[in-house]
Ligand binder design. Structure first.
Ligand code: AHR
Length: 508
């Protein structure tokens, strides 16, 4: 068994945790909308055709702000197609996913659904096939009360109150050659600056996200961020990061260490943004919107799922329906630890995606909805990680990985909410085969009672949840811990993600 020593540090907090860190992402892609959240013929559908079983699971997951409607989809999307009488809405080709989009769900219907799941809307505008003018029309439609062409159209379409959308993405992954209308950093930077300037003339209270690189492995990563921010620094509030991880060619050790890559990615983007700010002599700070992150078996999509040819593009095909294992959920949990470790600068994040499409929630048409393995770390962290993020000093044994070099076997972050008197500690054991005994100095939580330790792990690291066995994998109470005053000793199985819950002692 390995041993690691940890110490929580409440005297130098990382920063306050934004609720937007626990955001989601819903794209018109595959069965996300149709037979995912919307299935009027389903026995559990409500009067508007939304699946109530899915609504309950989304609420349990605890998702704050939801990015919509894409993704790659948005770069060919005409938002006007998706408002007004449903019977008049056109069916369009979706070039991004080689599907057909019937536009039965649009801005109004999606907003109704958001009210039911108690989440806020984050809208992306199309800067692929469209430009500044259409983005302004959509902003006028969404946020202006009345008395103009588009605001009055919204009222005629049944919504008297503005949608009041606060967060807006200036396009999606505009560096990616697969993106409709992708551009050079210089071209995109100018377009994003023009659009941001005009959008803030309409509504100065909106917060804008400019596209960073679509991944840290893009050849232009780094220079893209610098160039785009040189054009937009004074006009935007966030730069986006996107990252997906998968186990490639059975290299489990590298996969388990994916969050080392995420840490580095975040720190590099912060350094680049701060460099641009310094060169501009600006006191303004640009934060990160990590608005796509997850495990995604993209290699399988490219080789198996992709729809080829020009005819018979389906409506709502089964696409990107990855089934997640225990190992996937542990890596996923370690990505949440990485986001929390950077809570001072990652002020918004969107788990990509939510239902059926690389998702924590799966559905069967006419059948049940269930939680994937990845549902659990998200739901626990969203419920428990409140207040401030606290750094944890870690002295851990290392493991060797092909992709990330030598990395600590254990990673951790703590959180503390002084309002409610609750706290939490999140830990990952990345070792594929060794248990770790973590010896933790919890003086920072000396006054708090340890309520419970929950661990996600399994003798079979490839175990999954399926329609027929939906609760095969879930966190279990871990009783392998001992507290003596401010010393906590905790045993973490190989490939495991753990959270420790603390609260004010009942006597106080
Ligand atoms: O989430 C799936 C796709 O991944 C999104 O549409 C795109 O933005 C990214 O490449």
């Amino acid at each position: 068994m390995l041993t690691a020593r940890l110490a929580l540090n409440s005297s130098t907090p990382i920063g306050g945790i934004s609720r937007d860190l626990f955001g989601g992402f819903v794209e018109h892609l595959g069965r996300h909308i149709y037979t995912g959240i919307f299935e009027p013929t389903h026995p559990l559908a409500d009067e508007d055709g939304f699946r109530t079983d899915v609504i309950e699971l989304v609420k349990e997951l605890g998702v704050s702000t939801i990015r919509y409607p894409g993704g790659n989809f948005v770069s060919g999307f005409r938002w006007e197609d998706s408002v007004g009488p449903i019977e008049k809405r056109p069916t369009r080709l979706d070039l991004a996913w080689h599907s057909k989009e019937p536009n039965r769900i649009g801005l109004h219907e999606f907003s109704q659904w958001l009210e039911r799941v108690d989440s806020d809307l984050m809208l992306a505008v199309n800067l692929g096939t469209r430009g500044t003018a259409e983005a302004l029309d959509l902003l006028e439609y969404a946020n202006i009360r009345s008395g103009t062409e588009w605001s009055d159209a919204r009222i005629r379409n049944g919504r008297s109150e503005p949608f009041g959308v606060r967060m807006w993405c200036l396009g999606n992954e505009m560096d990616g050659p697969w993106q409709i209308g992708h551009r050079s950093a210089e071209e995109y930077g100018r377009l994003a600056a023009r659009t941001a300037h005009a959008m803030k003339l309409i509504d100065p209270d909106i917060r804008l996200v400019v596209c960073g690189s679509s991944s840290a492995s893009m050849p232009t990563f780094g220079t893209w961020e610098r160039t785009v921010l040189e054009h937009t620094y004074d006009l935007v509030d966030f730069i986006s990061c996107h990252a997906y991880y998968e186990e490639i060619d059975g290299d489990r050790a590298s996969f388990l260490a994916s969050s080392v890559n995420m840490d580095h990615f975040i720190e590099t983007v912060i350094a680049t943004a701060d460099h641009v700010g310094a060169a501009k002599k600006s006191s303004k700070r640009i934060d990160i919107s990590f608005d796509e992150w997850n495990i995604w078996y993209n290699t399988r999509f490219e080789q198996v799922d992709k729809i080829e040819g020009i005819s018979n593009w389906p409506i709502a095909p089964r696409l990107l329906e990855d089934v997640y294992t225990v190992t996937d959920a542990v890596v996923f949990g370690s990505l949440i630890i990485s986001l929390l470790k950077h809570a001072d600068r990652v002020r918004s994040a969107s788990l990509a995606q939510l239902v059926n499409v690389i998702a924590p929630i799966m559905t069967e048409p006419g059948g049940p909805a269930w939680r994937q393995t990845t549902f659990h770390p998200f739901a626990l962290a969203s419920a428990l990680a409140r207040g401030e993020a606290l750094p944890v000093t870690i002295d851990s044994p290392k493991m060797t990985t092909a992709l990330h070099g030598s990395v600590p076997v254990l990673d951790a972050v703590a959180t503390h909410d002084s309002d409610s008197g609750t706290a939490a500690l999140f830990l990952v054991n990345r070792s594929p085969d060794e248990k770790i005994e973590a010896r933790i100095d919890i003086s920072s939580f000396a006054e708090l009672e340890l309520l419970e330790v929950l661990t996600l792990s399994d003798p079979d690291p490839d175990a999954t949840n399926t329609m027929n066995d939906p609760d095969r994998v879930r966190p279990h109470r871990n009783s392998a811990w001992k507290r003596q005053g401010c010393d906590l000793t905790l045993s973490l199985p190989p490939i495991s993600w753990t959270c420790v819950k603390f609260a004010k002692s009942r006597g106080e």
